[in-house]
Design a binder for this molecule. Structure first.
Ligand SMILES: NC(=O)c1ccc[n+]([C@@H]2O[C@H](COP(=O)([O-])OP(=O)(O)OC[C@H]3O[C@@H](n4cnc5c(N)ncnc54)[C@H](O)[C@@H]3O)[C@@H](O)[C@H]2O)c1
Length: 440
């Protein structure tokens, strides 16, 4: 019989990319034993980085040694929270590269904005660190492909921050699906709703003295400081963000892809628009429907950034249709229905993990962080979100953005997920500030 762990390893095309430690990284990386303490750097101590600082500090055998943010006030706030929680205060850096220099650190958590994800992760790998990388894996598809190569080259463990992969209830549901309980899965409907406010029209002003604006921009082309970007609103500008699709659909599209056990869609079609506060600086859609045709199933994502009406009592979730029944799953459990729509089985967690708030806290993170630490220590071979798999779900989000920006339906290769349509280079990759282009 296949154990749950064996099953998960083979599910959805997931392969463990734990290759041998390359000699270059090995020369300055600490070899971590099963009982060794893991010293953690956090890059980006904003909403999400603050949550992860607490999660890593609280994880057994881990300690947060370094907090890095070009807004140094945020490191001080995170240090105050560490002290409140009874943890030792961490060293503080404006520039994360200082922290990478120290040979006593093992793992780098990246919760900086999206334009930093792949470049930061590659610098971390080059410095011999394992990486916990917030979703999306990349700012564009080319970066995801590059990061997979870098991970294989350096042999460190990169865990992607799509924490529902570690939800015991979701794992259980996927197991039931694989055992045929819902029959053939032919459609997965996913959604997210929020009521985000206008970001207004920013003014170009001098960067505030609490922020190293140059370092904040890093790999992104230089722009004058504008007073409605930092913090958080960068999500809605193409130079730094990746839209609600990579911001939130990434979580549910990942569950959908896992449920149907597929890698890449054949076709991607999108309808999206900015429907609210149309006069402000927000560069993207706030309302979008993306349809993905896979060989045996269709996946749909509906994103409503500015209209928070719930579906099935939830602000976000995944509805999986099978020929024998259906299931609704979110971060807090699942329900199975028969073909008559009658509830057959329900599993709920005792403590909720945040659903549509912007920090994503809750017990799920603890499970996901612990899974990463166990794989690093070699006490678990079942990595829940390796980067080669996280890239595939991130790519689904990028494909929706490309379809939106080109106005075209995309036909994609089953082997690589790349569109066969002509896609402008600046959508597949992007321009980098001189000296910041990631390479391996
Ligand atoms: N998994 C989840 O549930 C979840 C939830 C929220 C956010 N996120 C992800 O986390 C990331 C951060 O989101 P956020 O909401 O915390 O944004 P935020 O804007 O509140 O925080 C980002 C922080 O990164 C800092 N930063 C920028 N450049 C940096 C650099 N060079 N070095 C170190 N720090 C740098 C910023 O100053 C800021 O403090 C995003 O990529 C987002 O997609 C994931």
């Amino acid at each position: 019989m296949t154990s749950r762990r064996q099953f998960l390893r083979h599910a959805a095309g997931t392969t463990l990319a734990v290759s041998a430690l390359s000699s270059s990284a090995a020369s300055y990386a600490r070899i971590i034993g099963a009982n060794d303490r893991i010293n953690v750097i956090v890059m980006g101590v904003g909403g999400r980085g603050g949550v992860l600082t607490q999660d890593f500090a609280g994880a057994s055998g881990a300690i947060v040694t370094d907090l890095c943010d070009p807004d140094v006030r945020r490191c001080d706030a995170a240090n105050a929270e560490l002290a409140e929680g009874g943890f030792a205060k961490a060293r503080v850096h404006t520039d994360f590269r200082k922290a990478l220099e120290s040979s006593d650190t093992d793992l780098m958590v990246i919760a900086a904005p999206d334009h930093w994800h792949t470049p930061g992760a590659i610098l971390g790998l080059q410095a011999g660190k394992h990486v916990y990388l917030e979703k999306p894996v990349s700012h564009n598809p080319a970066e995801g492909e590059l990061l997979i190569k870098a991970q294989e080259h350096h042999g460190k463990i990169v865990q992607v921050g799509n924490q529902q992969r570690s939800a015991l209830e979701t794992i259980e549901l996927i197991n039931r699906i694989r055992q045929g309980e819902l029959g053939d899965i032919y459609n997965v409907y996913t959604w997210y709703a929020n009521n985000r406010d206008t970001i207004g029209n920013g003014k170009v002003v001098a960067a505030p003295d609490w922020l190293d604006w140059d370092l904040w921009q890093g790999p992104a082309p230089r722009r004058d400081y504008q007073d409605n970007v930092v913090h958080y609103n960068w999500h809605w500008f193409w130079d730094w963000g990746t839209g609600e699709t990579c911001n939130n659909a990434m979580h549910e599209l990942d569950i959908a892809r896992w449920a149907i056990g597929a890698d890449y869609p054949d076709k991607v079609e999108v309808r999206g628009a900015r429907r609210y506060y149309t006069e402000d600086d927000w560069e993207m859609y706030d309302t979008i429907e993306a349809t993905y045709e896979f060989a045996d199933a269709t996946v749909v994502w509906e994103g409503h950034s500015c209209n928070k009406v719930n579906k099935f009592g939830r602000g976000r979730g995944t509805l999986i249709y099978g020929t024998k029944g259906s299931a609704i799953v979110d971060r807090n459990g699942y329900e199975i229905y028969d073909l008559g729509g009658k509830l057959q089985h329900e599993v709920k967690v005792k403590v909720d993990s945040a659903t549509t708030d912007t920090r994503g806290g809750g017990p799920l993170n603890t499970l996901h962080v612990n899974n990463h630490l166990e794989v690093i220590r070699g006490t678990n071979t079942d990595q829940h979100s390796p980067v080669n798999d996280g890239h595939k779900s991130t790519l689904m989000c990028h494909l929706a953005n490309i379809a939106y920006r080109t106005g075209e339906t995309l036909d994609c290769s089953a082997e690589t997920g790349r569109p066969v349509n002509d896609v402008a280079d600046n959508l597949w990759s992007r321009e980098y500030e001189l000296g910041w282009e990631p390479t391996i």
